[in-house]
Design a protein around this ligand. Sequence first.
Ligand SMILES: [Zn+2]
Ligand SMILES: [Zn+2]
Length: 297
Amino acid sequence: MLASMLTDYHLHLRPDEEGTTFERYFTTENVERYLAAADAAGIEELGVSEHVYRFRQALDLWSHPLWVENARDDIDAYCEFVRGTPLRLGVECDYVPGAEERIAALLGARDFDYVVGSVHFVGEGDAAVDHDGFDVWEGGGDADEIWRRYFEALAACARSGLFDILAHPDLVKVWGRSRPLPDRDLRAFYEPAVEAIAESGIAVEVSTAGLRKPVGEIYPSRALAEMCAEAGAEFALSSDAHLPEQVGYGYDQAMEFLEGVGVGRICVFESRNRRLEELGRTGVDAAELGDRGGAET
Ligand SMILES: [Zn+2]
Ligand SMILES: [Zn+2]
């Protein structure tokens, strides 16, 4: 019997709101709540990936106003705390064009199990695709232009080689129909990112966070996931939980989704080394998934 496994790596121990201090959320009790939720959901591998902009050290990378406002904690105190728990140690780090060497130095100085690379901000200025306060769509916005810029940034993020997992790969769709959508076939926008994913070998995150957002869909879209799978990409599975009750959120749907695109394995990380495991709940025989999983093991 092969072991099967679920992971939840892209995970936050606190909500994004103001006033969520390190002292209040980085506690053994709070970690216990996340571990209990993972256990109940049959998730074996649980890791935390705090936003890099929560740390003072992030201001070496960028001085975006949101970062300046939030960069209060010490990244080494975070690493030390997480190492004292059963959680895997990760971090969610934005790709900041031009800051590659400083990002590499910040990440390389710590013993992370994995690094989740993300794109939230696009183009010139401070605008974000997913943030009300810095909304790229404010005052209109050309959908073709914004989608093109987003996926070019995502391609650069993948190609940078700085990260292990490519976060929420089509985050630009987060607002769903409440923001303009391109008229064209979306696959034209995905193309440069898929090429970069294939070349870099970065793991593509399947994130159920989108199910909790206005778009109401998993990241990435089915079409993007299919293109990645066809290009030979491997996948990582996460909920992007910000609360214990969001651990493993929508995983039945995510497993169905992955099986639907013919993916039967997921990436598991330790000390920034990657291996592949059968996708499935812990304790469930992988053979039960085998027929439907289409895994080419
Ligand atoms: Zn993110
Ligand atoms: Zn996140």
